[in-house]
Write a protein that binds this ligand. Structure first.
Ligand code: MIC
Ligand code: SF4
Length: 644
């Protein structure tokens, strides 16, 4: 039986486990990336593990999220990360160099390699045939120290692309179609491989838009073959020697196959407040809009912004619309400046932002009250833009630019003949904003610069004999990490200060939650399906840990968040019968008797007693040998320290 691309890469990196669906495999990690909003904590954890130099082939730290410096905090964190990089062997991408995923694709990614990143959009690297996976900061810290990364062996899904996109229809419309078909939980436990004749019609930046937003499917990752088109891209980046060919075998077996005819697709939008709430632009109709934002790791490549510039050229942004544009990298920005496209964008009245995440993570450009904002980003969760009642629609750069000019939702196909923008034969690459680490023999001389906002990892303790705790919060389905641990300009600077950031935990759903859970001392959270979807931020587990959360009981979990809970030593439990969700109310006294003994004995079925309602609720605690030991130890940090 042949292998899929992902199976080939996993096999070549396998350190432990059997490659059968659902069982845990440990893989060797070639490359890691961090960004600044998760990076400070990841490097504090790396320091706590105590390995002097990273053991990966390449580890890169990017500064791209927390670039709005409204106080000392972010700048201090950047200095801390820079000094850690210098000392411990990590490359440092300076603020201004661009968004981690865009830069990593351009400059460092290699087909066939494994990459984990402390950011959920790390699968962008799948656009050049990497096995690129988003993970919590602690998992990345362990991998930097040479430890394996563990996943449960996913199912393989093949998406067959046939035909060719019509003019003005974009790679973003392909991934919106996949989201429409599969939903935000349709990819859980799966790796998605793109294949078929249609793949040959897509450039690397287009493929990367698709693998990037595959994160919104809940998939472990997405991957394209590495072919001649990949080689051309890498050659144009001056890195042809990093290229190798990679495809799945003819007789590879997939658990699921989806067919998409590219020629049938039309411009679409993900409507508020979920990336899978997809409608065609035609269906939405010519509704008035207030804001357009173009950029983010999904759609800020040279190709994307050249298309935008060609639409804006010689026109003016509609008087009722604010258009903001953030190029994805210094390379992209510089090329637009040199070829004059930037002048076309400026002339049209766009507000140019620095190469960073910016509005995507609520760092500025929050829309007006109940404002309609069209964004080329990947997430439109409620409140993420910084405006609680903002109405965010996710669209392609072409739809965004056409609508910015018209002031209403506009199908770009109404613009007339599409301009053809080829990929350049040579990108204007220059790594002058990437600082190499100090040589190993000089590392002892490097001083780590710690600002006063940097507080230690929260206190942990081994799993107790019994858990007796109240339910401090009950939430519904599809809770995102933006609900659990909101981001935005005011809260993000607290990412290296868990006591302070935990005061914002779940406040989107219930402003009294932090005070209530602190008052309870120990408590349990109850949730619905797909709990913890979205970001990889481990703060969505570390803040609950700090607030005394001992277990989270839900109908189902999103992959990265579940792993982060285990890493933080919080028990992830699922209802055996989802209707038992109705048998717990906020404030109820709950108990998990003999929990330590049961878990040590490898028991999967536990009983959760609701003392208030007099009910016994069967729950599942599915842990592998390793995750069981992590939970018993009180989290991955203690487990790693203990096993040294
Ligand atoms: C996001 O898009 O939500 C982020 C901000 O990039 C996060 C990481 C974070 O919360 O720092 C992600 O996707 O993992
Ligand atoms: Fe940054 Fe947005 Fe991409 Fe997250 S999704 S890495 S915030 S650009």
């Amino acid at each position: 039986m042949g292998s899929t691309i992902a199976q080939k890469i996993i096999k070549a990196h396998l350190l432990s486990g059997e490659m059968t669906v659902g069982s845990e495999v440990g893989i060797r990690i070639d490359q890691t990336l961090t960004q600044d909003a998760t990076g400070t904590m990841a490097y504090l954890e790396f320091e706590a593990i105590g390995v002097p130099r990273v053991k990966t082939e390449k580890s890169v730290a990017y500064i791209d999220h927390n670039t709005l410096q409204t106080g000392f905090e972010n700048a201090d964190d950047h200095r801390f990360i820079q000094s850690v990089c210098k000392k411990h062997g990590i490359y440092f991408s300076r603020p201004g160099n661009g968004i981690c995923h865009q830069v990593h694709l351009e400059r460092f990614g290699k087909p066939g390699k494994t990459l984990i990143g402390s950011d959920s959009h790390t699968p962008t690297g799948g656009g050049i045939g990497m096995l690129a996976i988003g993970a919590g900061g602690l998992d990345v810290a362990v991998a930097m120290g040479g430890g394996a990364y563990y996943i449960s062996m996913p199912k393989m899904v093949r998406i067959n692309l046939t035909g060719r996109l019509s003019p003005w229809v974009s790679a973003k419309d392909i991934i919106l179609e996949v989201l429409r078909i599969m939903s935000v939980k349709g990819g859980v436990g799966k790796i998605i491989e793109y294949g078929g004749e249609g793949v040959k019609t897509l450039t690397v930046p287009e493929r990367a838009t698709i693998t990037n937003m595959g994160a919104e499917l809940g998939a472990t990752t997405s991957v394209f073959p590495s072919d001649e088109i990949t080689r051309e891209f890498m050659k144009a980046q001056g890195r042809e020697e990093d290229w190798s060919e990679l495809s799945s075998d003819e007789d590879a077996v997939f658990d699921e196959v989806i067919n998409i005819d590219l020629s049938k697709l039309v411009p679409m939008a993900a409507c508020p407040h979920s990336p899978d709430n997809v409608k065609t632009i035609e269906e939405i109709g010519p509704q008035k809009i207030d804001q357009v934002c173009i950029g983010s790791c999904t759609n800020s490549s040279y190709l994307d912004l050249m298309r935008v510039a060609s639409i804006l050229k010689g026109k003016t942004v509609h008087p009722d619309v604010s258009l903001a544009i953030a190029p994805g990298s210094k390379q992209v920005y510089n090329m637009l400046a040199k070829n004059g496209a930037l002048a076309d964008i400026i002339e049209a009245g766009a507000r140019i932002l620095e190469c960073a995440c910016g509005p995507c993570i609520g760092m500025g450009q929050s829309p007006n009250s109940s404002g309609i904002s069209l964004r080329t980003f990947n997430r439109n969760f409620e409140g993420r833009s910084g405006t609680k009642d903002g109405q965010i629609y996710l669209v392609s750069p072409e739809t965004a630019a056409a609508s910015a000019l018209a002031g209403v939702f506009t199908d770009p196909r109404t613009l007339g003949e599409a301009v053809d923008i080829p990929l350049p034969e040579k990108f204007d690459y220059n790594d002058n904003m990437v600082i190499a680490p100090a040589p190993e023999e000089e590392m002892d001389k490097v001083e780590i610069l710690r600002g006063p906002n940097i507080k230690p990892y929260p206190e942990t303790s081994p799993l107790a004999a019994d858990i007796n705790a109240r339910c401090s919060l009950k939430v519904g389905d599809n809770i995102t990490t933006d609900h659990i641990m909101p981001a935005g300009a005011k809260i993000l600077p607290l990412r290296s200060n868990i006591p302070a950031i935990s005061q914002h935990c779940f406040t989107v759903c219930d402003k009294d939650f932090p005070a209530r859970s602190k008052a309870y001392g120990k408590s349990i959270i109850v949730g619905g399906v797909n709990y913890g979807q979205g970001s990889s931020r481990e703060h969505a587990a570390l803040a609950p840990l700090y607030l005394g959360i001992k277990a989270v009981v839900v109908k189902s979990f999103a992959r990265i968040h579940r792993a982060n809970l285990i890493n933080a030593g919080i028990l992830p439990l699922t209802f055996v019968d989802p209707s038992d969700y109705d048998n717990i109310q906020q404030g109820d006294e709950l108990s998990l008797p003999n929990v330590r003994k049961m878990i040590s004995a490898g028991k999967v079925h536990l009983l959760l007693i609701n003392k208030t309602q007099g009910k016994e609720i069967p729950v599942l605690c599915e842990l592998s040998g390793r995750t069981k030991d992590i939970i018993l130890a009180g989290g991955l940090l203690d487990y790693t320290r203990n096993s040294k």
